[in-house]
Design a protein around this ligand. Structure first.
Ligand code: URA
Ligand code: CA
Length: 433
């Protein structure tokens, strides 16, 4: 087989076989296919697309390029949730104990990663004593006993995706449905999930800017799941503004605790119930999402979800007393209000830009060597549709430095106001099964 022939075949719009796709992925991962040929191939895919079968084959070829996590020693169906990237997305911290509280096993492999705030691992580590670097056998035992465990990056998962993503980033080929879908699904499958719930974000702050493209991406991933025997469901959720109110590690942990008590922001609670009920159904602990949702609402109301969070924190070596007394968590030195400059209604909050404001405070990583300041971040007091009077606090900045002019300027740039009433945005645009 010659790479040049396969590029030509895709360029002219033909379908590649499984063997041909394996040849490309193996060759590129090992280095026998150079960047210039792979770039040309990716651009051909960008324009020609891929069939559902090609996309599934591409996904599995990437899964096989590296290690696969074996979770077969865990009882039950292992369901994972993936979000295509939000700002201050607290859902994972809520969902892990929430669905575990109804008996669904949650084996969470999470990274630190780059971004506006730390990864899930950083967020949990803002609980004093919490250890996320746990051994594989402890991880497995803990999921069997407590139903939930989290561990940091393990093994060499999907090296093909890492290398291809790096190349896509500099060849204008990120935004291709088959390439995105196979990239995301390969990572979930390699980390051992039997079933997957996808939270596809749509809006100004997301990869997908409109509902139609988000749906296409979601369908492509659900289709991959079908083709490779991993039950997959997707939710298209809004990212025209940040979800919830907290952006920052400790702040998000506090927000998650409040949500597990039933006292969290309504949009965050709603999305957690929507995603969580799909996880419960896929794990076969309920027949319908309606039944699953009732189970989740019940464990929030009767305190079992919060209890599960404590049990989980203790199992990972953390100080669970912070859950009853969140004031024990690290606090920032300064709390600086950002005041409205006039009267009106919030019309828009650029999620991406407000996330960057949190990052420059130190809440997230700009490069992989940046150190995350767990205590800092932003609390939003006004969201789309809220009425604002001149002098109201729209955001509080939690900072460890006194001068936050740069952050404040970004926050003002992120908010737009209208003189007339603005409707609250739709949170869940579509659900795809
Ligand atoms: N996220 C991924 O992991 N891969 C993509 O291609 C796009 C978003
Ligand atoms: Ca949040």
């Amino acid at each position: 087989m010659r790479m040049v022939d396969l590029i030509e075949k895709k360029r002219d719009g033909s379908e590649l076989t499984k063997e041909e796709i394996n040849f490309i992925i193996e060759g590129y991962t090992s280095g026998s296919i150079p960047d210039y040929q792979m770039s040309s191939f990716l651009m051909s895919v960008f324009f020609r697309g891929m069939t559902a079968e090609e996309t599934a084959n591409m996904t599995m070829a990437m899964v096989h390029s590296g290690d696969q996590i074996d979770l077969s020693a865990i009882d039950g169906v292992k369901v994972d949730k993936h979000s295509t990237g939000g700002v201050g997305d607290t859902t994972t911290i809520v969902l892990a104990p929430l669905v575990a509280a109804v008996g669904v096993p949650v084996a969470k492999l999470s990274g630190r990663g780059l971004g506006h705030t730390g990864g899930t691992v950083d967020k949990f580590e803002s609980i004093p004593g919490f250890r996320s670097e746990i051994e594989a056998d402890q991880f497995i035992n803990q999921v069997n006993e407590v139903k939930v465990a989290v561990t940091g990056p393990t093994g060499n998962l999907t090296p093909a995706d890492k290398k291809i993503y790096g190349l896509r980033d500099v060849t204008a080929t990120v935004n291709s449905i088959p390439l995105m879908a196979s990239s995301i699904m390969s990572k979930k499958i390699a980390s051992g999930s039997d079933a997957i719930v996808l939270d596809v974000k749509v809006g100004a702050g997301a990869f997908m800017k409109d509902v139609d493209s988000a749906k296409k991406l979601a369908y492509a991933m659900v289709e991959i799941g079908k083709n490779v025997s991993r039950d997959t469901m997707a939710v298209i959720s809004d990212m025209d503004q940040p979800l919830g109110l907290a952006i920052g590690n400790v702040l998000e942990v506090k927000e998650a605790i409040a949500t597990l008590r039933g006292e969290g922001p309504k949009d965050l609670e709603e999305l957690c119930l929507t995603l969580g009920s799909k996880m419960v159904v896929l794990a076969k602990h309920a027949k319908t999402v309606e039944e699953a949702r009732k189970m989740l609402e019940e464990v929030i109301a009767n305190g079992k979800a919060l209890e599960k969070f404590k049990e989980f924190v203790i199992a990972q070596g953390g100080d669970a007393s912070v859950i009853d007394d969140p004031l024990k968590l690290a606090a920032a030195k300064y709390e600086i209000p950002v005041l409205a400059k006039g009267d009106g209604y919030v019309a828009k909050i650029e999620a991406d830009s407000i996330g960057t404001a949190a990052m420059i405070l130190g809440a997230g990583r700009a490069t992989k060597d940046s150190v995350v300041d767990l205590a800092v971040g932003l609390m939003l007091h006004k969201k789309i549709g809220d009425e604002v009077k001149k002098g109201d606090t729209i955001v509080t900045i939690y900072s460890n430095r006194e001068n936050v002019d740069d952050v404040m300027e970004r926050i003002y740039e992120s908010y737009s106001f209208s003189l007339t009433k603005v409707a609250e945005p739709v949170l869940v645009h579509a659900e795809i099964h």
